[in-house]
Ligand binder design. Structure first.
Ligand SMILES: [Zn+2]
Length: 314
């Protein structure tokens, strides 16, 4: 039954991507519509229409990837980007509205499922997928299944006061303030780990605004200032990431998010992290995710198949 067709939706901050997976390892995007963010009934209606257009039989289950957390006990969402999901028992509400079985999980967890089952993590028992993009996030899969921690919070190495407050660059100690974070704490990796974070560090060290794209390019071209910025970035991010890796014990760390396309940066971060962890590896541990484009849909499809299998087994 692993290969039975399932529907899948990726509810992001702007769009619902909707698709169908006709067999394991395959997904096809069928439609993309704006997300009704503030009215859950409109969102349910949009999903029902998308599902009915894709499947006239009305029986295929839906896997949902959502921007925001999903509590594994109550099923309730918590989403800053899509306010109507907050407090909503997502799977239950959408199941009622669509008349189908619905299975929901956080978007980082869905990318983790996609990578663990049909990406670079395939064949690995413990996969710690990290997102380095606008924000910092992550998810953990064990034997192809996501680990659903308390409150839906698992693999979130981007939050918590983790950062060192000084870095050593060319023999100088440079003070880095603990920037305040959207989560209410300060010193989170999220505050400096993404593209905006690189720009923030560059401005702090050199008093100059430069785009992250340029900083990374200039670093590769051995520009002195960009090198300092990226060296500091690598120290600040590799320290807490090494602790997370020692704690989780992955044999592979797929990297998603916008900065995953900066291959040289990910390779440098991989090297910095491997120098800090207890396991000695002579191969890359951090590897760009290969499901960066369709990870939400693919992970949602995996989630739906696993949910159906679990329901049958119960
Ligand atoms: Zn935070």
């Amino acid at each position: 039954m692993q290969s039975a067709a399932v529907l899948c939706a990726d509810i992001g901050g702007s769009f619902i991507k909707f698709g169908i997976s006709r067999k394991s390892g395959q997904v096809e995007e069928l439609a993309r519509v704006p997300v009704p963010k503030s009215d859950s009934r409109e969102l349910a209606e949009a999903l029902r229409n998308l599902a009915d257009d894709a499947d006239a039989s009305g029986i295929l289950p839906i896997g949902l990837s959502t921007a925001g957390l999903v509590d594994p006990v109550t099923g309730k969402g918590l989403s800053a980007n899509i306010p109507c999901l907050t407090g909503l028992p997502i799977a239950e509400a959408f199941s009622q509205a669509t008349g189908r079985s619905v299975f929901a999980a956080n978007d980082a967890d869905c990318l983790t499922l996609a990578e663990a089952n049909d990406g670079v993590g395939r064949g690995h028992s413990v996969v710690f997928c990290i997102i380095i993009g606008t924000g910092i996030g992550g998810g953990i899969a064990v034997d192809g299944r996501i680990l659903r921690g308390a409150g839906g919070v698992t693999g979130e190495w981007g939050h918590g006061p983790a950062l060192n407050t000084s870095v050593e660059i060319g023999g100088r100690q440079i003070h880095v303030p603990r920037f305040s974070c959207g989560c209410g704490q300060s010193g989170c990796v999220d505050t400096i780990g993404g593209a905006r974070g690189i720009e923030k560090l560059h401005e702090l060290f050199h008093g100059e605004e430069r785009s992250s794209h340029r900083i990374i390019e200039d670093w590769q071209a051995k520009d002195a200032e960009a090198r300092e910025t990226i060296e500091a970035y690598l120290q600040l991010v590799a320290d807490p990431l090494a602790v997370a890796i020692n704690t989780v014990g992955p044999s592979i760390v797929p990297v998603g998010g916008g900065l995953a396309s900066a291959a040289a940066l990910i390779a440098a971060l991989d090297e910095a992290v491997r120098a800090r962890i207890l396991n000695r590896l002579d191969r890359p541990l951090l590897v760009p995710a290969i499901r960066r484009e369709d990870g939400g849909l693919m992970g949602a499809a995996v989630l739906a198949r696993q949910g159906v299998a679990d329901a049958r087994a119960a």
